[in-house]
Write a protein that binds this ligand. Structure first.
Ligand code: ASP
Length: 439
């Protein structure tokens, strides 16, 4: 059995946090491959090392003096080294970093040093082999992650290694130039390593005990989610649920490796299991609720629209021509509505309207802004009658006007459009009807 364990920034923000991580790893011999983030915030007002690195490098790029900023970063690492009682010295590493900053090595390189240095400390602390991600995590010439070459290289590199630390967040182009994933990308590295070593589990350790059914900023102490499928998670993360990077599920999904989200500060909690499929019945009909504000609906009316072949294509072409992606397209007999992101749509609004007129010759177009979309997600909905009915009666009781409903054919989710101002009360009403008042 092999486990890949990834630790987020807050789990590695100080020597104290490192010690908790050390205990977690030593408690289980199967935890053989460790993927660290850079040190995160020690308290809410603190700055993440990654952000310090970006700021420091911005000075270097402008040709300004960045010594003090680099020293502050070195200090953060030195405190961890001292707190752990290690003799490791990062002097040479920082000299190299300073030289490379002066030579304008790029902001990707700069940011990646956060994980690189934390990986060095972690390997020293645990007595594990250090494997630089730049050696094995590869990007192609277009800057796209090269999944297959990476998988092969990483597999070969780790084949005969007993226990290793591989820093998260970055890799390199074929010529060795460092490139990072998007922010939060260490989650992706963990998943890539899990696939390469064919791990039994990918444990992702963070500062919460897994996913919650709804956003705790809206629902007071929402219940946690024990098990969620990759598909359900995808729907929820797309709609704004954050804990794990959106792209982190792809590498493990190919191998059917489950992800277990765990809490470094409460290792006794089981956390959330993210799996390909399960016959485990969800506790409630719904698995989770998530949503986003800031959408616009473009309603297009045309008599006899439903019998006009190609009408939908022409309307969508107007959006395509203006480089705007659409979210949902509910339609009626004589109407069709296109939901788009308001900030993306607004600058091109009138161009899109005239393009629709030119291409599809509608009778009337009406735009409505300040809308929110809410996704109610759950594999349990498929086998349960009346889910939509319950949602609507709950929303009606909460005086929320439903502007749109869209149920995916997989019956895995129901998307509801409401006014931005009704967003919070709608989520509360849905949470209450399914979780608090179980019938
Ligand atoms: N340290 C990087 C960030 O702050 C990557 C990560 O933590 O996953 O985004």
């Amino acid at each position: 059995m092999k486990k890949v364990v990834k630790f987020g920034g807050s789990s590695l923000a100080s020597a104290e946090q490192f010690k908790k991580v050390g205990e977690i790893i030593r408690a289980d011999k199967e935890r053989r491959f460790v993927v660290p983030s850079a040190p995160g915030k020690r308290d809410p007002d603190d700055t993440k090392v990654t952000d310090m690195l970006y700021a420091c490098y911005a000075l270097a790029e402008e040709g300004k003096d960045f010594k003090a900023q680099l020293q502050a970063i070195q200090q953060r690492y030195q405190e961890i080294i001292d707190g752990l009682g290690l003799t490791l010295s990062l002097e040479e590493e920082f000299k190299t970093i300073e030289k490379n900053f002066k030579a304008k090595a790029g902001s990707n390189y700069a940011a990646s040093r956060g994980e690189y240095l934390n990986g060095r400390i972690m390997a020293d602390y645990l007595g594990f082999t250090f494997v630089d991600a730049a050696e094995a995590v590869l990007f192609d010439a277009d800057g796209e992650f090269d999944a297959e070459t990476t998988n092969r290289r990483l597999r070969e590199r780790l084949e005969n290694v007993d226990a290793a630390v591989i820093p998260g967040f970055y890799g390199a182009y074929e010529d060795g130039t460092v490139k990072t994933f998007s922010r939060g990308g260490s989650d992706i590295t963990g998943s890539i390593v899990a696939r390469a070593v064919k791990a039994n589990v990918y444990e992702n350790w963070t500062d919460v005990s897994g996913f919650l059914i709804a956003d705790p900023r809206i629902i007071y102490k929402p219940e946690g989610i024990d098990t969620i499928t990759y598909k359900e998670l995808r729907e929820l993360s797309y709609m704004g649920a954050t804990v794990l990077h959106e792209d982190a599920i792809f590498p493990v999904r190919r191998e059917g490796i489950p992800i277990n989200i765990r809490n470094t500060n409460a290792p006794e909690d089981n956390g959330t299991w993210i799996v390909e499929s399960t016959c485990q019945k969800p506790k409630y009909v719904i698995t989770g609720i998530a949503g986003k504000k800031g959408f616009c609906s473009v309603n297009i009316d045309k008599d006899m629209m439903n019998s006009e072949i190609g009408f939908g294509r022409k309307v969508l072409q107007a959006f395509e021509e203006n480089g705007i992606s659409f979210e949902h397209v509910p339609s009626g007999i004589d109407t069709m509505t296109v939901f788009v992101h308001q900030d993306e749509f607004m600058p091109k609004e009138q161009q899109v309207v005239s393009a629709i007129h030119r291409l599809a010759e509608p009778d009337h177009i009406e735009i409505e802004g300040d809308l929110a979309l809410i996704a109610v997600v759950g594999r349990g909905m498929k086998s349960t009658r009346g889910t939509a009915g319950r949602i609507f009666s709950a929303l009606a009781h909460a005086n929320v006007n439903v502007k749109m409903i869209d149920q995916g054919s997989s019956e895995l989710n129901i998307i509801i459009g409401v006014a931005n101002s009704d967003f919070e009360s709608a989520i509360k009403a849905i949470y209450d009807i399914f979780v608090r008042i179980q019938i």
